[in-house]
Ligand binder design. Structure first.
Ligand code: ATP
Length: 315
């Protein structure tokens, strides 16, 4: 399993392993949700942003496909065919006509069902790791095509940075802004929220007599990103799923309030929640906001993070 893939030096080569890949979590700086389409997806226009909260996937040569894990969600997350890691390895094997053989190990820090796309991140890491281990030599765009069949956020997590997502989020184009590091506080909740349940709740709220106002296009956010001013970016952040996440988890209002009281520039629910994220002016301010939220005792833990970060990369 660890020999060179072919005699020709032009052929991609198998890696002798282990291959270790680090992958970030994502937040959505703007999440505009359109109406429900006939194919069951909502039309999205979103601005993805990769932050410094990472999972790590290690792939070793094996004569079967196995998955083990440690960290967040151990004992809860199924390690069988339902796991996005196994599904991603099999999808790549099918695409490249390789046997899906690897020993995979996940070190998980991204909370489960947190609105941070941890499962999609793990799938993106698997695609990068197995591509190198098996010597299949697909481009990042080809891997993104394989990933898009499994989850809308996977193409973004292969690319990372800050990017516009359209379609149902799978069509990704990088946003070229002047390099700026943004400082965040990530308030991790106890327990998760089901993404489909949050979308269903949004549809229900939109059918009600007082539907929440929809965000529309991310133009203001895109302009704000170019200005490098936290106050301007803070005013442009928005998430159409927030009212639905709050309806399903009213306690999140106290988290958002605690962030505001701790002096955050702005705060919002991350994706489908229940994680909330807060913008800070710099690293010191982020530490101060995290300490304030932790002191309020309204969530499991508030941690600091930076963005943008690169997507899934071999370490
Ligand atoms: P979304 O990408 O829908 O916003 P999320 O960030 O809210 O998702 P995830 O942790 O990505 O939540 O996963 C949602 C569900 O996907 C989990 O509850 C779990 O059942 C399933 N899942 C499958 N594989 C994985 C994985 N490797 N890590 C996390 N969840 C996984």
């Amino acid at each position: 399993m660890t020999e060179a893939w072919g005699p020709d030096d032009d052929e991609p080569r198998r890696h002798h392993g282990p291959v270790r890949v680090r992958v970030p979590a994502k937040i959505n700086l703007h999440l505009g949700v359109g109406p429900l389409r006939a194919d069951g997806f909502h039309e999205l226009n979103t601005v993805y942003h990769a932050i410094s909260l990472f999972d790590e996937l290690t792939a070793r040569a094996g004569d079967t496909l196995t998955l083990t894990m440690e960290g967040e969600g151990t004992g809860t997350l199924e390690l069988d065919e339902s796991n996005l890691i196994i599904r991603a390895a099999k999808a790549l094997a099918a695409r490249t006509r390789m046997p899906a053989y690897a020993r995979l190990h996940l070190r998980k820090s991204i909370p489960l069902a947190g609105g941070l796309a941890g499962g999609s991140a793990d799938a993106a890491a698997t695609l990068i790791a197995c591509d190198l281990l098996w010597g299949t030599g697909l481009s990042r765009d080809e891997l993104a095509d394989v990933g898009a069949t499994l989850g809308s956020d996977i193409p973004f997590l292969l690319h990372g940075g800050t990017a516009l997502g359209t379609g149902h989020g799978e069509a990704v184009s990088p946003i070229l802004a002047r390099p700026t590091t943004w400082h965040w506080v990530v308030a991790i909740a106890d327990g998760g929220l089901s993404t489909p349940a949050v979308y269903r709740k949004l549809d229900e709220l939109r059918d009600s007599s007082f539907p929440p106002k929809a965000l529309g296009d991310p133009d203001e956010l895109m302009t704000a990103l170019r200005q490098r001013d936290p106050a301007v970016l803070g005013a442009a952040l928005g998430n159409d799923l927030q009212p639905a996440a709050l309806a399903l988890r009213p306690e999140l209002a106290a988290v958002l309030e605690a962030g505001q009281r701790a002096g955050a520039v702005a705060g919002l629910v991350s994706g489908s929640g229940p994680t909330c994220v807060f913008l800070a002016t710099d690293a010191g301010h982020a530490a101060q906001v995290a300490a304030g939220i932790n002191a309020a005792g309204v969530c499991r833990e508030a941690v600091t993070a930076r963005g943008p970060m690169p997507g899934a990369r071999v370490t």
